[in-house]
Design a protein around this ligand. Sequence first.
Ligand SMILES: [Zn+2]
Ligand SMILES: [Zn+2]
Length: 157
Amino acid sequence: MTTSPTLSLEENLTAAAQWCAKRGEKLTDQRREVLSLLLSAPGSMKAYDLLAAIQKQKPTAAPPTVYRALDFLVAAGLAHKLESKNAFVACCDFEHPHHGVMLICNQCHTVKELSDEVLEARLAEDAATYGFSVAAQDIEVKGLCASCRNSENESNP
Ligand SMILES: [Zn+2]
Ligand SMILES: [Zn+2]
């Protein structure tokens, strides 16, 4: 099972906990809380946004707890880090380790992840012809999402 919009937040979190258990790790309350915020966010979230959200419930929460939880989630493949924004998103397909191809909307900042192994393999192959080795990094594609394009068309007929 993978995180998907057709699953409820609880179901996604249960799948994530099972994934951690399979790896011999534990989705602790802190990690679960951070993942839950990422899953609920329409776009990416920065560490301090996450900290602020957590501090609403637990005013004593300290930055290192959030950073440690994020490190864990990224290492476990449950989240991706968007380098260009220094922000994080929940992964939509964590059971298949991959680099995400992230479609980032310039206007509303939503992020949609494409899971495209063919594209990833092709990129690595093309880079290899130049003797270039691609680092484990996500591909970030900037543009306009469907709903922003629609509202633009409405305002500029
Ligand atoms: Zn992913
Ligand atoms: Zn948009």
